[in-house]
Design a binder for this molecule. Structure first.
Ligand SMILES: NC(=O)c1ccc[n+]([C@@H]2O[C@H](COP(=O)([O-])OP(=O)(O)OC[C@H]3O[C@@H](n4cnc5c(N)ncnc54)[C@H](OP(=O)(O)O)[C@@H]3O)[C@@H](O)[C@H]2O)c1
Length: 250
């Protein structure tokens, strides 16, 4: 008796997709999901070992996405792309009055200059019909205390997605931003580690949305995979909250 062939859903088959922040968290989980769904991958991050640990047989690009010379040099040798997930980012807490200017500039550099440079230099490498997903944040949709510079930078990321959707539409290239609520990655771990009461802080993070839990890397990766595939072909210029409904009830 022959067994039924295993079903494989491969909506990213044949697509060359670049992922920044691919050495950990959302970017790592997304890269692995894209591979399972058939994509050929370029993994970007500052730590080569972390990129290799994500997928040893992908193409690894150890690079700071905010270093223009490095991004331009990579773009000059990069083969044509069908998509990008720009997930690299960093969070430093603080209020407007309490944030040193150097930290403000670091937040703009890590969260906004990076995706801007990637779009500026790698946009010409995108094939017609391509798709780009920027990772913003739901705290760039709704103001919360103590993440001022990060929130402002991520709000810029949301507008960058809309501007790129307009500029790239003539080439049938789509661009969307996703705005996650708290996901339990090392970014949230670092925040909890600095908290006076991490247990209470974690419970508070989970309680602000109607579904009363943190999100998972896999849930964010699945949304990104949908936006990179042709099944979302009429979605562009959108900022999509993925936050257990927090944005809806604020
Ligand atoms: N976790 C959350 O609750 C949450 C919520 C909303 C939005 N986000 C966003 O989701 C994205 C992924 O974050 P995560 O939660 O998965 O945290 P993470 O594990 O800390 O991932 C951030 C990644 O960005 C990379 N990165 C940081 N600065 C970089 C730079 N200058 N150049 C190249 N790569 C850089 C880091 O890799 P290297 O250090 O190896 O370079 C790391 O792999 C970020 O944009 C974050 O702002 C996260």
């Amino acid at each position: 008796m022959s067994s039924a062939p295993e079903f494989q859903w491969m909506p990213l088959a044949g697509k060359r997709i670049l992922v920044t922040g691919a050495g950990s968290g959302i970017g790592r989980t997304a890269a692995r999901l894209f591979r399972e769904r058939g994509a050929d991958l370029e993994l970007v991050g500052r730590r080569l070992g972390a990129l290799q640990a994500t997928l040893p047989d992908a193409h690894h690009v150890p690079m700071d996405h905010a270093d223009e010379a490095a991004v331009a040099a990579f773009a000059a040798r990069c083969r044509p792309l069908d998509g990008m997930l720009l997930a690299a980012g960093e969070l430093r807490p603080g209020s407007v009055e309490g944030t040193p200017t150097v930290d403000f500039e670091a937040m703009i550099t890590a969260n906004l200059r990076g995706p801007w440079l990637m779009a500026h230099h790698l946009g010409p490498k995108l094939r017609e019909g391509g798709s780009v997903v920027l990772v913003g944040s739901n705290i760039a949709l709704r103001a919360i205390a103590d993440s001022a510079a990060y929130s402002v930078a991520k709000a810029g990321v949301h507008m960058l997605a809309k501007v790129l959707a307009l500029e790239w539409a003539a080439r049938r290239i789509r661009c969307n931003a996703i705005a996650p609520g708290p996901i339990h990655t090392r970014m949230v771990e670092a925040r909890l580690a600095a908290s006076a009461d991490p247990v209470a802080d974690l419970a508070r993070l989970a309680s602000v949305n109607p579904l009363k839990r943190l999100g998972t890397e896999a849930e964010v990766a699945a949304l990104a995979a949908h936006l990179l595939s042709d099944e979302s072909a009429w979605t562009t210029g959108a900022v999509i909250a993925i936050d257990g409904g927090a944005d809806a009830v604020y």
